[in-house]
Design a protein around this ligand. Structure first.
Ligand code: FES
Length: 199
């Protein structure tokens, strides 16, 4: 699947054995997006001419030249990945610290807001910490939000709730997140946030 990190677009893929890999989303051959490709076993294959790549970015196979061992210079940039408590973390550059742990929480849903992070904070009164946005949502005080800036003014929001939440609490958390999105988008559209700029 395609995803975005501060270093740019990535193809996030899971091998048959279950390992998650984050590759730059550009095939070194002709530049096709690797997120359009497909996984076979432990490799990701480009949809265009079928070149396939391993988890550390090395080119494994060029179908048009089946007898050729691809040179080591043909590589895709790969980022370090950690998966914990249902959240996939992708490192940009060298990893200097462990990602935050959300022990006891489970991912509920993800949604995209047409608003930047500053506007989201203005809409919620949330504070940002190393463990995501701390937001005592009305009716769902245990909710945790993880925000991932996208292109332009979009922000991807991952909603996490305690694993022992009841169905009613999950519905409340989901609705609270939707209300948050609407409020933030209204503020962004009206340019009410003092730090928002025009498109
Ligand atoms: S563009 Fe990817 S294999 Fe040709």
């Amino acid at each position: 699947m395609p995803a975005r990190i501060p270093a740019g677009s990535i193809a996030l893929w899971r091998t048959q054995s279950g390992r998650v890999t984050a590759s730059a989303d550009r095939c070194p051959h002709r530049g096709m997006r690797l997120s359009h490709g497909f996984v076979r076993g432990e490799a990701l294959s480009c949809i265009y001419h079928g070149w396939s790549y391993g988890q550390t970015g090395e080119c494994l196979r060029i179908p048009a030249h089946p007898g050729l061992t691809p040179p080591e210079t043909i590589r895709v940039a790969a980022h370090a990945v950690e998966e914990a408590w249902g959240v996939i973390w992708v490192a940009v550059g060298e990893t200097t610290a462990e990602p935050p742990r959300f022990e006891g929480f489970v991912p509920l849903r993800s949604l995209t807001a047409h608003a930047d992070l500053a506007t989201l904070k203005a809409a919620t009164g949330a504070t940002a910490g190393t463990a995501g946005l701390d937001w005592p949502a009305p009716g769902a005080p245990e909710i945790r939000l993880l925000s991932v800036p996208q292109e332009g003014y979009e922000t991807l929001i991952h909603v996490l709730v305690p694993g022992d939440s009841s169905p009613a609490q999950r519905i409340a958390a989901s609705r609270a997140a939707e209300t948050l999105r609407r409020t933030a988008e209204d503020i962004q559209a009206k340019g009410l946030a003092p730090w928002s700029t025009t498109r």
